[in-house]
Design a protein around this ligand. Structure first.
Ligand code: AMP
Length: 203
């Protein structure tokens, strides 16, 4: 095991949403590995979907390999079909997908979204909607490896330009291109609070 010197004692807990697919370009795995190493270096604890495949698997494998902390949250039915990562010892099983999504956001300091499919998009968009209502106030950082999320960024921009959302809502998330930019973006995000409910609707 390659030993990593941990540079930060401050405890941060971050939720990561990412792909279950393994049939994706190797560059997505490389970016996930780099980010996972940054998390361990900074002593950041991770909460994720508990999977063993795709970017979820890469994230967990790398964090475990380097001695970091990771917790999986998964509905029971996924565990029953053996989707859970066998090396993740801290595991919470939920009754439903909805309960799982709610638990992802308890006592965390931010959300990071890596490339993924409908599951990842659903998790990200629900978190953005909760933040818009002031029910979730922590930073949301989206890792745009290879420009994968350019079309999502454009769609969110369209929501604002067509007045479906307020211009201030653009401050709810940060897109970054490289894994090294993720933790600085989490630390430098615009402060958000429950008062967001006051401009949630564009009247
Ligand atoms: P996606 O981005 O569509 O791959 O979705 C990732 C999310 O899909 C996870 O948080 C899970 O809700 C679910 N998921 C789909 N396949 C798996 C799997 N093999 N293991 C664990 N979770 C999975």
């Amino acid at each position: 095991m390659m030993e990593i010197i941990k540079t930060n004692d401050c405890k941060m807990k971050i939720c990561v949403y990412c792909a279950s697919s393994s049939k994706i370009d190797s560059s997505f795995f490389d970016a996930t590995e780099k980010l996972a190493i940054e998390f361990v270096k900074e002593n950041i604890e991770i909460v994720y979907g508990g999977g063993a495949t795709g970017l979820m698997g890469k994230l967990a494998d790398t964090i475990i390999e380097h001695g970091g902390k990771i917790k999986g949250i998964m509905p029971k039915f996924m565990n029953e079909v053996e989707w859970a990562h066998k090396g993740v010892t801290d595991f919470e099983l939920t009754e439903t997908m909805h309960e799982r999504k709610a638990k992802f956001l308890v006592n965390i300091d931010g959300v990071v979204t890596l490339p993924g499919g409908s599951g990842t998009l659903e998790e990200l968009l629900e978190t953005i909607s909760l933040k818009r209502l002031g029910l979730f106030t922590k930073p949301i950082v989206i890792l745009n490896t290879n420009g994968y999320y350019d079309s999502l960024r454009q769609m969110l921009q369209n929501c604002v330009s067509e007045n479906f959302m307020h211009e201030k809502h653009l401050e709810m998330w940060t897109f970054v291109d490289d894994p090294e930019q993720v933790i600085p973006a989490l630390r430098n995000s615009t402060i958000w609070d429950k008062a967001a409910i006051n401009f949630a609707v564009n009247k």
